[in-house]
Design a protein around this ligand. Sequence first.
Ligand SMILES: Cc1cc2nc3c(=O)[nH]c(=O)nc-3n(C[C@H](O)[C@H](O)[C@H](O)COP(=O)(O)OP(=O)(O)OC[C@H]3O[C@@H](n4cnc5c(N)ncnc54)[C@H](O)[C@@H]3O)c2cc1C
Length: 394
Amino acid sequence: MPAKGVAVTADVVIAGGGVIGTAIAWRAAAAGLDVVLADPAHGDGASLVAAGMLAPVSEALFGEGALLRVNLLALARFPSFAAELEQVTGHRVGLRREGTLAVAYDAGDYAALMRLTAFRRLAGLEAEELDSRACRKLESFLTPDVHGGVLFPGDWSVDNRRYAAALREAAAAAGVRVVRDRVAAVLTAGGADGADGRVRGVALAEGGEIGAAQVVVAAGSWSGAVDGLPAALRSVVRPVKGQLLRLRHPDGMPPVLTHTIRATVRGADVYLVPRADGEVVVGATQEERGPDLTVTAGAVHDLLHDAMSVLPVTSELILAETCAGLRPGTPDNGPIVGEAGPGGLLLATGHYRNGILMSAATADAAVACLTGQAPAPEWEPFGPGRFGAGEAAR
Ligand SMILES: Cc1cc2nc3c(=O)[nH]c(=O)nc-3n(C[C@H](O)[C@H](O)[C@H](O)COP(=O)(O)OP(=O)(O)OC[C@H]3O[C@@H](n4cnc5c(N)ncnc54)[C@H](O)[C@@H]3O)c2cc1C
C-alpha cells in the first residue's frame, strides 16, 4: 500500500471502495490494468449496510423498463462472478437462490400486489400466485392472517458483507493498491475544471497526487463532491437514507425463514432476508434527509412492528444491530455508468436501491470502457450524457 502523500502512478485510479469501486478494481486488475483504489474508509458506505437482495423482479416498478433490463443482465451475471470470487478467495459469499415470497397483509395490500404482479408478468417475469395457506406451506412461521402472496423465483440474495470482504481480498490478490485517502479532485491536462484536456490523475485530500490516464468515480452518494466532474453531474446523485436492522437467532433456535419475505402491511413495505449463518436482515426505510446517518426509535419500532405483523416469531430473535446507510439516488432511479466530460473520466455511481445486484455487471461495463470495448447494450440508457454531461470521446 503506498504511503499517504506520496506521489504514485497507475493506469487507473478508482475513487471509492464500496462494492462498485472494488468490483471494478478487481476486474480491471484481472484484465491487466495497474489499478489504485482510493477510499478514506472501508465500511462507512451503503454496501455494508444493504440487505443484499438480488431482486430485479420484486424491485420492478411501473415506468422502469430500462432499469429492469439492466437489473436482469446483472442477475444473470451474478452467479458466475460470485463463483469466481469464491474460487479466488476461498470464501463463501452466501448466494441464496430460494426465491422471494411477496406477501400481502390485508385485502388492500393484496390488490396492490396483484397490480404489480400483472405488470411484472407482462414484462415476461416469473410470478406464482399463492393463497394464504400456500404461503404458509413455504414459510411455516407466517401469520395465518396473511391475505395471500406471490413467489418470485427469480429474486435471490447474497450476504453483502461477506461479498464486499471477498471483493477486497480478490482485488488485493489481483494487485490492486489501496490508498486510504479521499479523492478531492480529478485533474486534467487543461486544469481542474475539466473543460479541456484529458484526465491526468487525481488530487488527494491529505496531499499528493496519483497520476493516471483514466479515473473512475465510484464514490456512491458522495460522488458529486469530487471536484473536476462536469458541472451537470455535481448534483445529480443524492443520498437516500435507509435504516435497517440485523436480527440473530438465539443459540439452538432453528431458522425461522428460508425465502426472502417482502411484505406489505397496511400499505407499508418491509422485507426480511435470511442468511445461512442465522442472521435475518429487516429493512428498510426510504428517507429524503440528506447525509443523515442517525437511527431513530420510530424507524426501529415501525420495522419491527411490520415484521412481527407478518412473522410473529420475529419477536423471539435477538436485535443484534441497527444501522443506516445512504443509497446513491438519481433523478430517474437509474445508475450512471459511462464516460463523461474530459477524456479518461468514467463514472460508476447512482446505483440507488440495486448496487449490490448491479455490481458484477457494472464491473463488466466499466472494464469494457477502460479497455476500449463497448459495454452491453442494456447500459446504453444509463450513460452520464442523459444528465447533460458530454460523453467523452474515445
Ligand atoms: C438500507 C439499504 C438497503 C439496501 N439494500 C440493497 C439490496 O438489498 N440490494 C441491492 O442491490 N442494493 C441495496 N442497497 C443499495 C446498495 O447498498 C448501494 O446501491 C450500493 O452499496 C452502492 O455501492 P457504492 O460502492 O456505489 O457506494 P458505497 O457502498 O456507499 O461506497 C462508496 C465509497 O466511496 C467512498 N468515498 C466517498 N467519497 C470518496 C472520495 N471523494 N474519494 C474516495 N472515496 C470516497 C466512501 O468512503 C465509500 O466507501 C441498499 C442500500 C441501503 C442504504
